[in-house]
Design a binder for this molecule. Structure first.
Ligand SMILES: NC(=O)c1ccc[n+]([C@@H]2O[C@H](COP(=O)([O-])OP(=O)(O)OC[C@H]3O[C@@H](n4cnc5c(N)ncnc54)[C@H](O)[C@@H]3O)[C@@H](O)[C@H]2O)c1
Length: 323
């Protein structure tokens, strides 16, 4: 098949491109390299089945030329994560809403199947655990900038459902804290990347607040397998899926695990949220996916244990440091 991966030079996108190339497909990648890196796909650049375009998904004429040629679209390009969105609030809303609208409009025009990358953030600050796909999304006030990411992703999902209503085959994947090789080593937005970088440099591991807030970390191979299943299982069309592990890990425990697996002498220090973000920052204490729907319909279950995934991630970070 001819497949477009928007944001295909990014962390998840580049792994998806690797997996789809390995299956023998022809890949089109559009990425403006704002947070993505050419190094993530450099090993594929000479391959005649890979067409890389360094441009924005907001370039409609270009997007039309690409979408016309492909059979399937994975839409991952976005201004990703709370910290990036707080730093680039306007760009975040524009890219994450208008960008998705362009993808869906053109997919509808040429009748192409689409997988939309959404986020566990759409559940907002809901304290329910586990969170199933049809649970309420509880967002904070609009004066608190961090919620614009969740809101933009929620609008993307609404748009996807509207186009599904018009008959377009669309599936939504909600990723839960994916981690693995190629995470931004600056730790921008990923607590795993932040801790591994800090530990390898013997710098203090900075845990926000008391560290008892939990997340469910999902190794990249699982994230990718779930995404590909979402595109291939017919029954998945018109639905959203939690793609994540349901093992809940307190952030303090993650810091201790990273410290142990790296053999680092770093100390673990606690930092108030306000110091890292803004005074009115709001955080969610838990975010656990209900994985039953993905299991039942996609046949997907996260498999890589946290310790194993962290070992592989640490190994990649060590190699990066040597380069
Ligand atoms: N990493 C996670 O745990 C996670 C969790 C939930 C959702 N997601 C979603 O998964 C997708 C991929 O995220 P990621 O973690 O790989 O982050 P990433 O920042 O590595 O990937 C996003 C990519 O989009 C590109 N991009 C941004 N704006 C663009 C534009 N206007 N035109 C073209 N390309 C543009 C960036 O350069 C980058 O390569 C995103 O949609 C994100 O919201 C990720």
């Amino acid at each position: 098949m001819k497949i477009l991966v928007t944001g295909g030079a990014g962390y998840i996108g580049s792994h998806l491109v690797d997996a789809l190339m390995a299956q023998g497909h022809e890949l089109y990648v559009i990425d403006n390299l704002s947070t993505g890196r050419i190094d993530n796909i450099r090993h594929l650049l000479g391959n005649e089945r890979l067409h890389f375009v360094n441009d924005s998904i907001l370039n409609e004429a270009l997007m039309e030329r690409i979408i016309e040629q492909v059979d399937l679209i994975y839409h991952l390009a976005a201004v990703v994560g709370v910290k990036h969105v707080l730093d680039h609030p306007f760009q975040g809303i524009l890219t994450n809403v208008r960008g998705t609208e362009i993808v869906l409009e053109l997919a509808y025009k040429y009748w192409r199947k689409v997988v939309i990358a959404s986020s566990s953030e759409v559940y907002g600050k809901s304290e329910k655990a586990p969170l199933s796909e049809d649970d309420d999304s509880i967002l904070g006030p609009t004066a608190v900038g961090r919620w614009s990411y969740a809101l933009a992703k929620a609008i993307d999902e609404h748009l996807a459902f509207i186009y599904y209503g018009k008959g377009l085959p669309v599936t939504i994947v909600r990723y839960f804290n994916s981690y693995g090789p190629r995470l931004d080593p600056r730790g921008y937005g990923s607590v795993v990347a932040k801790f591994v970088s800090q530990a390898l440099q013997d710098k203090p591991l900075t845990v926000f607040s008391d560290g008892q807030q939990t997340r469910c970390f999902t190794y990249i191979d699982d994230t990718i397998r779930g995404s590909i299943l979402a595109a291939t299982v017919k029954e998945a069309e018109g639905q959203s899926f939690n793609i994540g592990s349901n093992r809940e890990t307190p952030i303090l425990e993650l810091a201790q695990l990273v410290k142990r697996l790296t053999g680092s002498s770093s100390e673990i220090v606690h930092v108030p949220y306000a110091q890292a973000y803004r005074a009115n920052f709001e955080e969610t204490r838990r975010r656990v996916p209900d994985v039953r729907k993905a299991e039942r319909i996609l046949g997907f279950r996260a498999e890589v244990p946290l310790e194993e995934g962290l070992r592989r991630t640490i190994e990649w970070f060590r190699e990066e440091q040597l380069d």
